[in-house]
Design a protein around this ligand. Structure first.
Ligand SMILES: Cc1cc2nc3c(=O)[nH]c(=O)nc-3n(C[C@H](O)[C@H](O)[C@H](O)COP(=O)(O)OP(=O)(O)OC[C@H]3O[C@@H](n4cnc5c(N)ncnc54)[C@H](O)[C@@H]3O)c2cc1C
Length: 363
């Protein structure tokens, strides 16, 4: 039986960021990942946007960790020469009713400490992005795009440099508290014993919590998977900023993002699913066009299927905002067991701040 000090479940961006932080000061930090490499699920199936923090109610973890995360992330990217572009974004209102929502976002963003938020009229907007149709727009200068793979690769490198380990093909299938330690069983028959366990298993984080004995139904910690598909277009060129519509109750809306190569894509949409299926439904193209054509003229023939991701949401269909759940579970009888559940957007942006938060819980 392998004995480790800190065992982190999941090598997505959250597990890797926590491992990078903890391996600086603790010995024997081990990340176990069921896939053959890091970041095979949500961390490589997202919009690759560095969010600013305008969407989340003040005082929530999502707001605080996003705003802190942006700061830590840009510093890290500069220090490690990882590609990014602080391109900024425009949240677009297409009529006077939607302007009210823009003002609400501006107000919430300011309360959260987001700097530089400015309201633009249609002509100011047209000067910046001539192809975009807007009645008003909120300019968010701190938003950026990031090389997500490069960032995770760098975290892996740092963990290994700090003598931490990342082991692949290691699916956790059993978890038991024995005295003040945890015994962890894997599908390949191996068994580890750990002093401290961190559950950052993304879409399966509720299942891991259940494995140790936490009643996720009772504590309202069941995850609901919410799929987000993307369509791309090589027809749309020369857009400099990310373009977002007014958000809806469960997502930020079908936005236009550009990647570091300058290619443009639209999405994600949002609908709840029961299966882990990363295929895309072409029938959703019409809905995409309807959303896109509110702020940009584009014909159906120029839209192609791209990719998709699945959000691990605590928010049930028709429920209101739910925050990240990040907690040491002593009060449930699981001392030194830390759960991270519902780490949906802005989880990538917040990853380094989440790692900082977890390290404070431990120390
Ligand atoms: C469509 C979409 C768009 C998004 N856009 C953005 C964005 O633009 N900006 C932003 O900041 N955030 C965005 N997000 C959110 C962001 O991608 C996530 O918050 C973040 O990637 C979550 O990382 P994670 O490490 O928690 O999960 P994951 O990346 O899913 O990692 C969890 C890991 O745990 C492993 N695992 C699971 N079960 C086990 C087990 N039993 N044993 C061992 N390993 C296990 C999995 O294989 C996986 O590798 C988006 C999300 C989606 C779905």
């Amino acid at each position: 039986m392998e004995k480790v000090n800190i065992l982190i479940i999941g090598a997505g961006v959250i597990g890797l960021a926590i491992a990078e932080k903890l391996s600086k000061t603790s010995e024997d930090v081990v990340v176990v990942e069921k896939e053959k490499s890091f970041g095979r699920h949500t961390s490589s199936r997202n919009s690759e946007v560095i969010h600013s923090g305008i969407y989340y109610p003040p005082g929530t973890l999502k707001a605080d960790l996003c705003v802190r995360g942006v700061e830590l992330l840009y510093d890290y990217l500069n220090a490690h020469n990882i590609r990014y572009r602080k391109c900024g974004k425009l949240v677009v209102a297409v009529n006077p009713e939607e302007e009210v929502e823009l003002l609400h976002l501006q107000n919430m963003g300011r309360k959260n400490g987001v700097k530089g938020l400015t309201l633009l009229d249609s002509s100011q907007c047209a000067e910046l992005e001539p192809q975009i149709k807007a009645f008003k727009a909120l300019s968010v200068p701190s938003t950026g795009i990031i090389d997500t793979h490069g960032f995770m690769e760098s975290l892996v490198h740092q963990v290994e440099k700090n003598d931490g380990f990342i082991v692949y093909d290691m699916e956790v299938t059993a978890l038991k508290k024995i005295g003040n330690k945890y015994r962890i069983g894997f599908s390949n028959g191996e068994i580890f014993e750990a002093d401290l366990v961190i559950n950052s298993a993304g879409l399966f984080a509720d299942k891991i919590a259940e494995m140790v004995g936490i009643d996720t139904e009772k504590h309202d910690l069941k995850l609901h998977w919410c799929k987000g598909e993307y369509f791309k277009s090589s027809k749309v060129k020369n857009i400099n900023k990310l373009i977002y519509p007014i958000p809806d109750k469960i997502s930020l809306g079908i936005h236009l993002s550009i990647n570091l190569a300058g290619n443009c894509r639209f999405g994600p949409n949002a609908y709840y699913v029961d299966e882990l299926d990363y295929s895309i439904n072409e029938a959703h193209k019409k809905d995409f066009l309807n959303s896109i054509n509110k702020y940009l003229d584009l014909e159906e023939k120029y839209l192609e299927m791209d990719d998709c991701g699945i959000r691990p949401k605590l928010q049930k269909p028709n429920e209101n905002f739910r925050d990240f759940y990040i907690k040491e579970e002593s009060d449930k009888g699981y001392h030194n067991f830390i759960n991270l559940i519902g780490i949906e957007s802005p989880g990538f942006t917040a990853s380094l701040a989440i790692a900082e938060y977890v390290s404070k819980i431990i120390n």
